[in-house]
Ligand binder design. Structure first.
Ligand SMILES: NC(=O)C1=CN([C@@H]2O[C@H](COP(=O)(O)OP(=O)(O)OC[C@H]3O[C@@H](n4cnc5c(N)ncnc54)[C@H](O)[C@@H]3O)[C@@H](O)[C@H]2O)C=CC1
Ligand SMILES: O=C(CO)COP(=O)(O)O
Length: 334
């Protein structure tokens, strides 16, 4: 049986471990807290992140990175984006050489504006043929419950993408290969920021027209950034673009949309963050994505406005009306 290791025992790390187990692999999950690893091993559940769900027996957990990684044929990384660099420095010495390193993360590093695949390459020295990204409309709870979904496995190397596709193709999870790592990563990171804006509209009591307008224009600015950075524009109409954007912006399960909704209802960033243990990546990545856009001279009005709200420089209501009253443009070229 193939062993696959997942670093990160949060919602998505655990749900993706379930996918891998259901696809026939032995899965070792590294968890930050020893007590949670113990619960996963003895009770076969992760009550902190996926309560009331039985995990497959093929999943075991450990707090020891060397034990987790030993003998793995693929390493999957699922910790909050802003903590990846620091964690990976600790783990780099125990990762098997030559195996694929797979990012499940949807964020852009604050301070460096690096995508997660770039952080992985820098810290581990792995080449692009070993670094892959899994992205798409994959709300963790639904996936862990075995509800059907599709995703994208992106890697510059077709053979690596195809091997990983096989590893995670389960009866309910359908992965497609793609060679556009940049587009898949930016689609995943930016949709979290757009979901914050949609959530704010929902929290303010606005209806479907406002939501659809933010989603659609959000996709336009995501594709604009992506193509400026060398992504394939078609990626943004695929699962890692439109697919993930629609799922995240529509679902009450999304932490980013929920975070935005609470902002729209008048709570502060600190109040909302203090009330959850789960990461809403867009809250940090909005500033790095806006910075990336500035570096590349790309206009991203929604991301820039969300960044101001998160920084406490604008209210959600002012944000939405400021976006509507921007100078008039053509849809095609604006
Ligand atoms: N939850 C979801 O539905 C999906 C999440 N993702 C992405 O997967 C990544 C991980 O997200 P989740 O598992 O959902 O987050 P989570 O908040 O549910 O879990 C994060 C995990 O990382 C651990 N952690 C937190 N801070 C840490 C640190 N400084 N060092 C090491 N470990 C730390 C937590 O203890 C927890 O086990 C994020 O980038 C997210 O955008 C992608 C697709 C779906
Ligand atoms: O990425 C996700 C779904 O594909 C999960 O979104 P949230 O992080 O907003 O919950």
């Amino acid at each position: 049986m193939t062993k696959v290791t997942v670093f990160g025992a949060g919602s998505w790390g655990t749900a993706f471990a379930t996918v891998l187990a259901n696809a026939g692999n032995q899965v070792s999950v590294w968890g930050r807290r020893e007590s949670l690893c113990e619960v996963i091993n003895t009770r076969h559940e992760n009550p902190d992140y996926l309560p009331n769900l039985r995990l497959p027996d093929a999943i075991t957990a450990t707090h020891d990175p060397a034990q987790a990684a030993d003998g793995a044929e693929a390493i999957v990384l699922a910790v909050p984006s802003q903590s990846l660099r620091e964690n990976l420095r600790d783990w780099a010495g125990v990762l098997p050489s030559a195996v694929p390193l797979v990012s499940l993360m949807k964020g852009v590093e604050v301070g460096t504006t690096k995508r997660m695949s770039e952080v992985i390459a820098e810290v581990t020295g792995a080449g692009p043929e070993r670094i892959a990204v899994v992205s798409g409309p994959n709300l963790a709870r639904e996936i862990a419950e075995g509800q059907p979904a599709a995703a994208v496995v992106a890697c510059a190397d077709e053979g690596t993408a195809a091997r990983l596709q096989k590893l995670c193709h389960s009866p309910t999870f359908r992965p497609y290969t793609n060679n556009d790592v940049i587009g898949c990563e930016l689609g995943g990171a930016t949709k979290n920021v757009i979901a914050l804006a949609v959530g704010m509209a929902v929290g303010l009591g606005f209806g479907d027209n406002a939501r659809a307008s933010v989603i659609t224009r959000g996709l336009v600015e995501t594709a604009r950034l992506g193509t400026a950075l060398g992504a394939d524009e078609h990626t943004f109409s695929g699962l890692a673009g439109l697919g993930d954007l629609v799922a995240t912006c529509s679902s009450p399960l999304s932490r980013n949309r929920t975070f935005g909704e609470k902002l729209g209802q008048g709570m502060t960033v600190a109040e909302i963050a203090g009330g959850t243990r789960q990461v809403a990546e867009g809250v940090k990545s909005c500033s790095s994505i806006s910075e990336l856009a500035h570096h590349h001279d790309v206009e991203m009005p929604i991301a820039e406005h969300v960044t101001k709200v998160v920084a406490g420089e604008m209210t959600p209501r002012d944000m939405l009306f400021s976006l509507v009253s921007r100078s008039a443009k053509s849809e095609r070229w604006g």
